[in-house]
Design a protein around this ligand. Structure first.
Ligand code: NAP
Ligand code: MG
Length: 495
């Protein structure tokens, strides 16, 4: 077997003495504790990052507050902020191979995914360079000047203040940029709390921010456990939290943010439906339905893990998806032939295996996978469960692993009823050759995104986010900048 080693540069970066980024300087955590970081494909320890605590968060928030109040970033001319964002995007592109390698090493994702995510991130940063110069209010003078006195009235769009950005582990550099770029465009100062499992690319992106010319103290990065995230949410000098992660933590954040009523954007879990009509083009539908769940080994918030197939096509789709699952190469992300990497941790692997066991015990039939792969690394083979029903845990709860549950359905009404019978509403995909069905069902599914004859397409121009318990607000697009802005109305009585 070929051993695919991360290149020396990435290994050295992982192993170096990491620090927190506060006020443009790399500093130790106050408590001096460290968090061990692993390669999930080999279970090997690859480095340590500081265990930031509430005290470190407090330091970072105070610095962000000062830079915000002093206007070192928000006070720059929009075109000057834009130039720095553009330079930051160019630096991400220049260092794309290194950032992708870091995410492969630390998250386990396969090369094609890491390369795609980092290339997109460079473009996202530059997109928000453009957005920085397009933030302005509107003039309402014509409409409000009707009364006794003459009024000049207009709105201002102002940055919300200090933003706390809390990141998950499933798309480390991508989610960093999805939050940091619009917050920068808006003129916010920020504190970023990466996931404990995948802090490395965020620290490298911190170095690149300095190189791009983002002023000291505008982006602060505090690595740490969930208690550091909680301290950020609790902090009275933070005006805004943007969080991506589990629905459970999302609910805690809503409760805690009540202290100073900080604004919140939440991108939470999902249990997306994937629907295949009888008339679908099976060359597209079968691999599409499979990869809508298996991509990144199912560690994707929008995973289409509930597969509903119209009755006539059911047997063909189940066997097609099972064959496809069996054909996927599972392995180390550095191997270019790898299609699926490991899960992030032993805990996540055990959680996913627990779901498969619960499906079995509730009567589901395992038609592909169903177990872990032999050897080192947190691998679970892509799994297809048939004979499932809506009450089973595997159909109700987000698994965040490579597990699809397939159910036969009669017609569009039943598809819509089952698709919507979930507390989530992040995304959905539909395979059909009938345009009427496609557009009709797109309007009936209660989810933030509908993919027709495709899956997982995200584009910087298109907002992404959840209905119901999949979250609050939208990321990507110009909508994401709105998350970091307040609107002020100004009335001037002219005499
Ligand atoms: P999580 O606990 O929601 O973690 C997400 C981020 O929030 C991490 O940075 C985490 O820090 C931090 N955090 C944890 N507790 C916090 C608190 N009380 N206040 C503020 N921040 C807090 O998710 P997880 O433990 O990594 O994964 C658990 C499950 O969440 C997964 O199995 C999956 O179902 C779901 N998930 C969903 C997404 C998504 O994109 N929708 C992404 C990741 C996970 P630590 O890393 O130190 O815990
Ligand atoms: Mg956690």
């Amino acid at each position: 077997m070929t051993i695919h080693q991360p290149i020396k540069r990435v290994r050295e970066f992982a192993a170096k003495s990491h620090k927190l980024l506060i006020d443009g300087k790399w500093v130790d955590a106050l408590g001096g504790g460290m968090i061990e970081v692993f390669d999930p494909a080999t279970e090997e320890s690859i480095g340590f990052v500081p265990q930031g605590s509430a005290g470190d968060i407090d330091r970072a928030v105070n610095v962000a507050r000062r830079t915000f109040d002093d206007g070192v970033w928000r006070g720059l001319k929009a075109e000057d902020r834009a130039k720095i964002l553009w330079r930051y995007g160019d630096l991400i592109e220049e260092h794309a191979a290194e950032l992708a390698d870091l995410d492969i090493f630390n998250n386990g994702m396969p090369r094609y995914m890491a390369d795609g995510m980092v290339a997109a991130s460079a473009n996202w940063m530059r997109y928000y360079a453009g957005e920085a110069t397009k933030i302005f209010g509107r003039d309402a003078t014509g409409a409000v000047s009707g009364g006794g006195s003459e009024m000049h009235a207009y709105t201002l769009r102002e940055p919300v203040g200090v933003a706390g950005l809390i990141l998950p582990w499933n798309g480390p550099s991508g989610v960093f940029v999805v939050k940091v770029a619009p917050a920068l465009a808006a003129g916010c100062s920020m504190v970023v709390k990466p996931a404990e499992n995948t802090p490395l690319s965020a620290l490298r992106l911190g170095e690149l921010a300095i190189e791009a010319g983002v002023p000291d103290g505008v982006i602060n990065i505090v690595t740490g456990y969930g208690d550091a995230g909680q301290a950020l949410v609790d902090h009275d000098l933070v005006d805004k939290i943007s969080f991506t992660g589990s629905t459970d933590v999302g609910k805690k954040i809503v409760a805690s943010a009540g202290g100073n009523l900080k604004r919140i954007t939440l991108e939470l879990g999902g249990k997306s439906p994937c629907i295949v009509f009888d008339d679908a083009n099976m060359e597209i539908a079968i691999p599409g339905a499979a990869m809508s769940t298996f991509l990144n080994s199912g560690q994707v918030c929008w995973a289409g893990s509930r597969l509903f197939v119209q009755k006539e096509a059911f047997d063909r789709v189940v066997s097609g998806v099972a064959d496809f699952a069996n054909s996927l190469q599972v392995g180390n992300g550095f191997d270019p032939a790898t299609k699926l990497g490991p899960l992030i941790s032993a805990k996540q692997r055990d959680r996913v295996l627990g779901y498969i066991a619960s499906g079995r015990s509730e009567g589901a039939e395992v038609v592909a996978g169903g177990d872990e792969a032999a050897g080192k690394g947190f691998f679970v083979r892509p799994t297809v469960l048939a004979n499932v029903n809506a009450n089973m845990r595997v159909m109700r709860e987000e698994i965040f692993g490579p597990v699809i549950s397939v159910t036969p359905v009669e017609d569009m009404d039943e598809m819509v009823r089952l698709a919507n019978s979930t507390s989530y509403g992040l995304a959905s995909c539909v395979f059909t050759e009938n345009l009427n069905n496609a557009h009709r069902i797109a309007s009936r599914i209660r989810a933030g995104t509908v993919w027709i004859n495709c899956f997982g397409v995200n584009h910087i121009t298109m907002p992404f986010g959840g209905y119901k318990q999949s979250g609050w607000g939208r990321e990507l697009g110009s909508e994401a900048v709105d998350n970091y802005l307040e609107t002020k109305s100004v009335f001037v009585e002219l005499r």
